[in-house]
Write a protein that binds this ligand. Structure first.
Ligand code: BGC
Length: 249
């Protein structure tokens, strides 16, 4: 079944049609810059532009970098404050005319990984972590998602872990990949202590093979540590798959 997946990120909003049986894109990705003032209304207009681009009237799945419970956004760590309490399913659905399901961006990427990527057939506790502007998390037990875990906000050095070990911080503080890996290791130690995952999957900007080569040797975990495979298509694929799971009976 084909579904439009849209991934809302800090710099770009990307969409593509997804074959949700195979987890593959059936079109090229269409990208629009995230509006500088990324209010709910401004972002909704971009989702409309994307749906129009694909001439799409079917089901739509959409990610958002925030906690989303039953179609309502509850946090805004890395997005405009106006998002708090926004009924995001309704907003995107009225903008595009498509039945819409929205979910947290890391949950979406994790769902894609569990269904079609490095997490496929992995049982037990799987901790999927996406490292980019923030740190996003998706926690699975026997392939079932525990939604909205927000484990990038675990306290580390007196602040949210994502303000110590994200890729944004690596760039802002001009850290070498090995220095950053030292910080990320501390974060993984904390996660292992608290959740004892069987598998840790690392996704997001730091999962590109050329980057992994620069830091992988610095990380040591009790869990099996694997690198995500779907790279920057994971959000789009996971959004589409979740929409299918939620909206198709
Ligand atoms: C947000 C999460 C999001 C993560 C990655 C964090 O700042 O709180 O909801 O998943 O960034 O984008």
């Amino acid at each position: 079944m084909e579904i439009l997946g849209i991934d809302i990120g800090g710099s770009g909003i990307k969409g593509a049609l997804v074959n949700t049986d195979t987890g593959t894109l059936t079109t090229d990705r269409f990208r629009v810059d995230t509006p500088p003032e990324a209010t709910p209304q401004a972002v909704a207009l971009v989702t409309k532009q994307i749906a129009r681009h694909f001439d799409w009237q079917g089901i739509l799945g959409c990610t958002i970098p925030a906690r989303v419970e039953h179609g309502v956004v509850h946090t805004a760590a890395n997005i405009h404050n106006d998002w708090i309490e926004t009924r995001v399913d309704d907003l995107v659905s009225s903008a595009t005319g498509c039945p819409t399901h929205c979910l947290n961006d890391a949950d979406a990427a994790g769902v894609a990984s569990i269904a079609f990527g490095a997490g496929r057939s992995r049982m037990g506790v799987v901790f999927f972590v996406t490292v980019g502007t923030g740190i996003g998390s998706a926690l699975f037990t026997d392939q079932h998602l525990v939604p909205n875990t927000e484990l990038g906000h675990l306290p580390l050095h007196g602040d949210a872990a994502e303000n110590w070990a994200s890729n944004r911080i690596r760039k802002e503080e001009n850290l070498s990949w090995e220095e950053w890996a030292g910080r990320f290791q501390e974060y993984l130690d904390l996660v292992e202590f608290l959740f004892a995952p069987d598998t840790i999957i690392v996704g997001g900007g730091v999962s590109r093979p050329e980057k992994v080569a620069l830091y992988r040797h610095c990380l040591q975990t009790q869990a099996e540590l694997v690198i995500a495979e779907l790279e920057n298509e994971a959000g789009i694929i996971g959004a589409a798959l979740s929409a299918r799971q939620q909206l198709v009976s």
